[in-house]
Design a protein around this ligand. Structure first.
Ligand code: PLP
Length: 394
């Protein structure tokens, strides 16, 4: 008789965004005239840049003619796009070969698949609060998870602990949900730890494009030694508004060797088995993102979200609330005032300021006294939310 994967029974129900929606709808039912300001979900709100739209239209037209029609694409990605991404790195002083770049259907899919590379006896170290996929994909796989708590004492940027075994190490920077960007010194400690212990770092750089400060790393490969131990997972979702499009890329260096096996060759082999490539049309859209004009246009959109972050930071600076993030990141992570837990604060903000945010509990039990605000909303609503926050919390 078929035996299902019983690890699914170990997953907690994912009620977070459902609950947020239900509570918001219930509030609107009772207060139909209310203008809710939604700073909860981390989805982009601006349309795709013009140059990307044009590339997508052109690619659709290509598919209408025999001479330009494309069937199956390469499993690891269009060589031209892989090369364009290698150039994107080299423009930042990082040498990546194009066969170390893998085009994906987004960071989330990739986070789920990448753990195929590791034996089930390897454990996964997750620094909490964390993007839920790191924990959930490993629960489904039946892997042991080591949860490393972080808090305001270590500014949500923990150091490695030499007494804790960690085989697969997740680092998200800029971090979702805390908005914290790992600095060079801390990342170097993790890279050294990984190399000393034969671990592999999965570096989630989905929010890399939000970094403006010159003294913060965009990529783990800015750290000496990282090419021997780190895989970098990136996405055009937040960088270029591709959440509804689905395209990302992953860097798997050829220098990572574990048990005499090349992780890059294993990942190439994995892709040959598990995908038939990413759609021609989407890859054309992505090529436009990496063109000089594309970079200008995506930066104009990013600037809107960055201004939103500033507006929210300025508002919180006027209150006595402890917070982090919002600089070099689209997320602001604040401590719930008055000893409220994160759902209590959610209700308090909804009822008293008609602001919808995300309770910290959704990112790990240790985060229940924190709350996430997102800068992906529209600027008018964000400004209004800032006013209401000042009014309510000062
Ligand atoms: N990684 C982090 C930290 C995220 O916050 C998200 C999405 O919110 C993802 C990965 C998934 O991105 P994608 O849309 O590329 O699947």
């Amino acid at each position: 008789m078929l035996k299902p994967n019983i690890n699914y029974a170990n997953l907690k129900d994912s009620y977070l965004f459902d609950n947020i929606l239900q509570k918001s709808n219930e509030y609107l039912r009772k207060n139909p005239e209310a203008h809710l300001l939604r700073l909860g979900v981390g989805d982009v709100t601006l349309p795709l840049p013009e140059i990307v739209i044009k590339a997508l239209h052109d690619a659709v037209d290509d598919q209408s003619k025999k001479e330009t029609f494309h069937g199956y694409m390469y499993e690891c990605g269009d060589p031209a796009l892989r090369e364009a991404i290698a150039v994107y790195y080299s423009n930042r002083g990082i040498k990546i070969d194009s066969d170390e770049v893998f085009i994906s259907s987004g960071a989330c899919d990739e986070l789920a698949d990448i753990i195929d590379l590791f034996d089930i006896s390897s454990n996964a170290l997750v620094m909490e609060p964390a993007y839920p996929s790191y924990v959930e994909t490993n629960i489904i796989a039946g892997r042991k998870i080591v949860r490393m708590k972080s808090d305001e004492k270590n500014l949500f940027m923990p150091n490695p602990d030499k007494n804790t075994r960690a085989d697969i190490i997740y680092i998200c920077s800029p971090n979702n949900p805390t908005g914290v960007v790992f600095d060079f010194i801390t990342l170097k400690k993790w890279v050294d730890f990984a190399n000393e212990n034969d671990s592999v770092i999965i570096f989630d750089a989905a929010y890399e494009a939000f970094i403006d400060s010159q003294d913060l790393p965009h990529s783990i490969f800015e750290i000496e030694g990282a090419k021997k131990c780190a895989i970098e997972i990136c996405s055009l979702s937040k960088t270029a508004g591709f959440t509804g499009m689905r395209l990302g890329y992953t860097i798997v260096p050829k220098d990572i060797i574990r048990a005499k096996m090349s992780i890059n060759e294993m990942w190439t082999r994995n892709r040959l088995s598990k995908t038939n490539g990413i759609s021609y049309i989407l890859q054309k859209g992505a090529m436009a993102v990496f063109s000089p004009e594309g970079q200008i246009q995506i930066k104009a959109n990013l600037q809107v979200y960055k201004e939103n972050s500033k507006v929210l930071n300025n508002a919180l600076d006027k209150t006595k609330i402890w917070y982090t993030g919002g600089k070099n990141s689209p997320y602001i992570w604040l401590k719930c005032p008055g000893n409220m837990n994160s759902w209590e604060f959610f209700d308090y903000l909804l009822n008293n300021a008609q602001i919808v945010g995300t309770p910290g509990i959704g990112f790990g039990a240790c985060a229940d006294s924190f709350f996430r605000l997102s800068a992906f909303g529209n600027p008018e609503d964000t400004k209004e939310a800032a006013e209401r926050l000042i009014g309510l919390l000062t």
